[in-house]
Design a protein around this ligand. Sequence first.
Ligand code: SF4
Ligand code: SF4
Length: 368
Amino acid sequence: MRLWMLKERVANELRELLGRGRAAIVAKDSHARRRPRPCGITIHPGHGCPLRCTYCYIYDMGFGIKPRPYPLSGEELAYALARNPYVVPERTLAAFGSVTEPLLPLLREKTLEYATSISRWLRLPIQLSTKLLIDEDFVESLRSADPGASILVSVSSLRYWRKLEPNAPEPLLRIERASIAAREGLRVDLFLRPIIPGILTEKELRELFLAAREAGFSGVVTGSLRVTKSIMERLRAADIPVEVLEKSLRGVKLSERQVPVPDRSTKEAARSVAAEVGLEYLPSACAANVRSHRMGCALCNFGPCGALPRPDPSDVEEFLELLGLKGSASFSEGVIKLVLRRWDKGRARIARVFLSDVYKRRVILRAV
Ligand code: SF4
Ligand code: SF4
């Protein structure tokens, strides 16, 4: 109830601040509508990216090479998120860096403006992934926005980075520069992504992970490749060895649709080299954000991650009443179960998604 009421209060205050006309426009923005996934809601400080990484999927999504700052101000973004019925203050993970590079010179200030605003108004746990170089000023601003902010330094390969990320800095330099953030007390993890099946060797993993440990990183996160027809063509044209990738895709007809290509054996190798080197291995980016903010989560099969509080069913029932729903709640085997007597589909869905993010647990709904 506290978090729902906090969100309403923030939305009301920001509506007054923005003025009703502007607020009505902002309420239609995608940040006000998108339903967060268990790994959080993606925050877009801009669209498009000039770095043209060979494996990047944003160009297939219609984004160009010219970055454009997102048109909302920091307060407008916070208002859009406060209006999103599924976003929970203090809980919904906010991930920067999905359809652009958040540290591009043109977007860096917007990224910090957004981080400051959503942290101030909604205290969302912030995570940022980048392959550009971090500096003291950036770290200081990010840390003052959110002292628990999680930074992921993306690296795909040491041997092939020039072909895969021709316009990004050298991977070991990315890692070295991120030591500034680790020294200032922020959690930094190496984001090994995308894993292109068959190209990473154990020697390469060890070299990367040793550099990350040296730089004060806490762990390693792995992320799969998502491939489309044009990404495959670009990888071939860049002379990347794609035999193992082709084998994993046998029988798949590639198009503009993104096809995830998990590579279990490289992930297993990463897990074992991380353990050997003394870095924590994490299955997903959100696990780093959850740890960085000392939270707990059991929303997916990779978890549980961190330590989870036990929900009190009577608190849940009070919240249902606040939403105008009648029903009972129980908690067993790590799952919250709701039995609703008065069924309003829309509100029931909001209750289920909101509660699952409040408690970071699965919620099962049944109507009687
Ligand atoms: S930096 Fe990120 S958004 Fe930009 S091209 Fe590379 S993968 Fe795509
Ligand atoms: S359980 Fe862990 S990996 Fe799964 S959504 Fe939660 S934080 Fe992410």
